[in-house]
Every structure is written in structure tokens, then in C-alpha cells.
Design a protein around this ligand. Sequence first.
Ligand code: R5P
Length: 271
Amino acid sequence: MRAGVVPVEFKRFPDGESYIRFDGTVEGADVAIVQTTSPPQDESLIQLFLMADNAKDLKARTVTAVIPYLAYARQDKRFRPGEAFSIKTVMKLLGACGVDRIITVNSHNPSILKAFAIPVEDLSAIPLLAEHFRGQGFKGAFSLSLGKKALDVVVQANDVLQGGYGYVSTRRDRVTGEVAIEAKPLPIKDNDVIIFDDIISSGGTMVKAVEWAKEQRARRVYAACVHPLLIGDAQQRILEGGADGIVSTDCVPSPVSVVSVAQLIADALAR
Ligand code: R5P
């Protein structure tokens, strides 16, 4: 099968509205739109809606939305009465714009995505992150996840690093946003520790986890994530908290996005 590329022209009107135009034809084609929805999330989403709907209007046969970072995935229920169930709205809009299939990477809660009408394939970039560390001499490092629910993440990392794995629980106050760590002792004293998380946003969760690992006298502590939103001074706070480094994928562009997911996505599209 031959794949072609249709460049997309973007501009923002003086009033802030988005404009898109395909510089080529999509008629009769199986179209993959690659659009991460990192900040500014709302603009990235609107661009994606415009592209998907435009592709269908212009007679694309199918539209696959490749969304390495899926915004709003963390608002995966109504945590407090009256709140919007935001990811449900986003999924509805993608469906209404003609998206037939979605590919994401380590979306926050892939199981909730399966509850909506559009088929979703959630890829994992954790083995790629772990391979990066192994390549840097971290074979044997302990893989730590944030929350028991994310244990599958460190099982994948441990397949590569083979230094053991475990989790610490985190609890966020839904009103203040403050994060607290609840952890049982783990065998990390004098060991290198890699803390894996899907997202680093404000950095509040990662800072607490790094500080905890340092208190347990871990040797070197690294923060690894798939989606480095790194809002404000998050990067600096994590390093000041004691991390020896931060490594992420390029699902979201940032100064620490050194692990490419391009091949992972290309292989999924080829399937
Ligand atoms: C939480 O469930 C996620 O896995 C991340 O730990 C969280 O979203 C990170 O947010 P922040 O960096 O703002 O603490």
C-alpha cells in the first residue's frame, strides 16, 4: 500500500479563530490525521475537528485520528456533582466530525475510551522509555508507578529494566489540587529508581514521588513520562525536588521529549 502526505495549511484569524486548508486531495483515501492535543488544548482540538470534518466532506473513505496526547482524558467521570464529563464530550465531537478510528498513546484511562462508539487503539510507549534508560546504563533500576492502577506500566518497564517494580499511592485533593503520597516501604535504598507516569502536568505528583524516593535513600531518581505538559516551572520543581533528570516521549513537544513515538505510530497505522 502506498501512503501519501497532504500538507495542511493552518492559520489563526485576527480574532483567534482557526483556519485550515488541505493542500492536496483526500477523495477516496483512508486518511490518518496526526494531531496531538497538547496545550493549547482547545485550539488543538478545534483544529482536529475541522480537519476530520473537512476530510469527510471532501470524500475521504475513512478517517483515523492519531492523537498521541488526548486532552481531557483525565476528566473521565463526574468527580464532583455538576462537573462536566469532559472526555465524553470530546469523544462525541470526534464521532460527530466523522472520525472512524482513534489511535492514542498511553491515554490516561484507556478502558473508559472503550465505552464510547469509536474504536480506540491505545499504544504504549513505556517499553520505549524503558529502553531509553537501559541504553543509558540503567539496566537493573527499580521501576516505580504512581498508583496501583498504573502497575501494568511498571510491569512493562520492568520487562526491559529487570530491577523490580512497585507503586506508591497518590491522593489529590479535588478542590485544592494538593497531592499526598501514601506508600509502604519498597526495596529502593541504594538503588536507581525510575518513576513512570503517563502525564507530568503541574509536576505536583512527580515532585512528591521524587521527594519520597529520595527520603527512602534511593541512589539516582529519574522522572519518566509519556506526556510532558510541564506547565509553568514544573521541570525546575522536579529537579529541585531531587530528580537527577526527566525523560519523556515526543507525544508532546518539550525540552525533555527525547524518545520518539513515530515508529510506534507508523507500525500501528501499517497494521
Ligand atoms: C494522575 O492520575 C496522572 O497519572 C498524573 O499523575 C497527574 O495527572 C499529574 O498531574 P500533575 O503533574 O499536575 O500532578
